[in-house]
Design a protein around this ligand. Structure first.
Ligand code: MN
Length: 289
């Protein structure tokens, strides 16, 4: 089941995706909520019901006529995992972590597919990172590893844009400072339900900068797979429906290149994940620049 969220004058609306267009789920089935995270909170029953409503609807919405939003426009949490690919840890001269390392973005960083990434005048070193994003379905605390996958609602491509000067070279080396600038968390374009992804540890992940492949790996290289991340994070915090987990980036980032590659106005960045689709965003200078 493929989902998008669209902007309407009634606010964000979750839609099912069909080849011939989109189906507004709550309009097609009054027992379905309008928000995608609320659909995912219903677990497999919600996804099944959404699939039925999508298949049975008579009329569809022309996808080209609406504005896509981030699939989850209003998550309670955006948790990001650092150094979760062995070869990326090596390229940044970092030790292989013995437990997941995490940081956060705030919802101010979310941006829709196709919308611009704004380069802030405060940074000279904006970098790209392609990532698989896990979206929590049913929430929970202290979720055991062997039950963790039951709490995954779906998956989508994500882009962890990173201001390296703020992340690494400011007092306290606060990763979050470099990670949560406005527009630094594109996601989408679609959310793919968990039942439609046979193995999240077997997905090709690629990033193209102006058409040139800069990252090309797959999620079998994750140091901590999805179930480990959910068990680890939920030992600390209650995971809520719609929470996003950025699972880390593979090698090939701009800061590890010689000379380094920083995002520039006019660039186009595409994050492609097998079976999930391609997230494309242009890069522009923040008008305040
Ligand atoms: Mn990252």
């Amino acid at each position: 089941m493929r989902f998008v969220t669209i902007a309407t004058d009634r606010g964000p609306r979750a839609c099912g995706v069909r080849p011939d267009g989109l189906v507004d789920l709550a309009a097609a089935d009054p027992e379905l909520p309008a928000s995608l995270k609320a659909v995912l909170a219903m677990g497999p029953d919600g996804v099944r019901r959404a699939a039925e409503a999508t298949a049975n609807a008579r009329a569809t919405i022309d996808r080209a006529s609406v504005k896509l939003l981030p699939p989850i426009p209003n998550p309670e949490k955006i948790v990001c995992i650092g150094l979760n690919y062995r070869d990326h840890a090596a390229e940044t001269n970092s030790p292989i972590p013995s437990a997941p390392i995490f940081f956060a973005k705030y919802p101010n960083a979310l941006v829709a597919p196709g919308d611009p990434i704004l380069l802030p005048p405060e940074s000279e070193q904006a970098d790209y990172e392609a990532e698989l994003v896990v979206v929590i379905g049913r929430g929970g605390r202290r979720i055991p590893r062997e039950r963790a996958m039951e709490h995954v609602g779906g998956y989508m491509p994500g882009h962890d844009v990173s201001a390296r000067d703020w992340q690494l070279h400011r007092p306290g080396r606060q990763w979050i400072a470099g990670k949560t600038f406005d527009t630094f968390a594109p996601t989408g374009p679609e959310l793919i339900s968990a039942d439609a992804v046979a193995d999240p540890q077997a997905l090709g992940v690629r990033l193209r900068l102006n058409g040139r492949t800069m990252q090309d790996s797959d999620t079998s290289n994750l140091i901590f797979p999805v179930a480990d991340l959910i068990a680890h994070l939920s030992a600390i915090m209650t995971l809520a429906p719609g929470d996003l987990i950025f699972t880390g980036t593979p090698p090939g980032v701009g800061m590890a290149r010689n000379p380094p590659v920083w995002l520039q106005p006019g660039d186009v960045v595409e994050v492609e994940i097998d079976g999930l689709g391609t997230l494309s965003n242009p890069v522009v200078a923040d008008p305040a620049r």
